[in-house]
Ligand binder design. Sequence first.
Ligand SMILES: C[S@@+](CC[C@H](N)C(=O)[O-])C[C@H]1O[C@@H](n2cnc3c(N)ncnc32)[C@H](O)[C@@H]1O
Length: 267
Amino acid sequence: MSGTDEGGGPGTADAVRGWRELAGTSVLLDGFHALKHALRFGARVPVALTSDKAAALALAADLAPDVADALDALLAETDDATLRALVPRLHPTAVAALAVRPSRAANLEVLASRPRTAPVIVLDDPRNLGNAGAVIRLAAGFGATGVVTTGTLDPWHPTVVRGGAGLHFATAVERLDIAELPPGPAFALDAEGEDIRGLKLPDDAVLAFGSERSGLSPELRARAEHLVSLPMRPQVSSYNLATSVGMALFHWSSLHGPAGGLPGAQD
Ligand SMILES: C[S@@+](CC[C@H](N)C(=O)[O-])C[C@H]1O[C@@H](n2cnc3c(N)ncnc32)[C@H](O)[C@@H]1O
């Protein structure tokens, strides 16, 4: 990349120009941790900017030495005003990047492939973008095969990506119709179902969760072979959607172990 007059070191002008060209069609990675996760899970990141490269590399040395060299090569430094003009809600780490969204065809292939070694999560008409992001983060952490949403919510909406902390690249995330759901035994989570504690969820399970407002749709109930409940004290109506996904995935992992193995807590 060439030198610059936009306030940064080598490559800044090209990086800022690249950002302007790609911003409308790319996935915004908001902050150091989102960029770190995306790089770890193989995202293609054509441009990354920061207004404090030394601070970003110090964070990398401390929290993510595995991607420190990649970050050093990728991050172009620009002045704060330029960066804020490109990214109005700049993350406190002053890092932002643009990633290429994985193709729908590639995600559909992952979701359809058998045998499957970890469940697919289905969110049936979710409404809350933060919930969807939290579920994608859970799915990534447990090594789930993917997260499928039905209904109108876009699981790649910037607010969902923000909530997912860059982990959309660690699991297959797509929106599908109920008729297109991946194959596999479907377990639909509902407070009226059979107690999950007596069940072993198979690795190829399709784990379906209802909408925050109205629960499972009749179409999803019809697709499900099993209705499963999470233990809950009487008089409590329901759990939060993302919390329910976390409990179900933990139950699955406690009897099977995650597909990729979990060495321990990560930053
Ligand atoms: C906020 S709840 C939906 C509440 C909704 N008013 C209803 O009628 O089901 C969102 C989803 O989380 C899951 N969920 C919440 N609590 C649950 C429980 N105790 N057992 C099983 N699933 C539960 C279900 O999939 C539910 O559709």
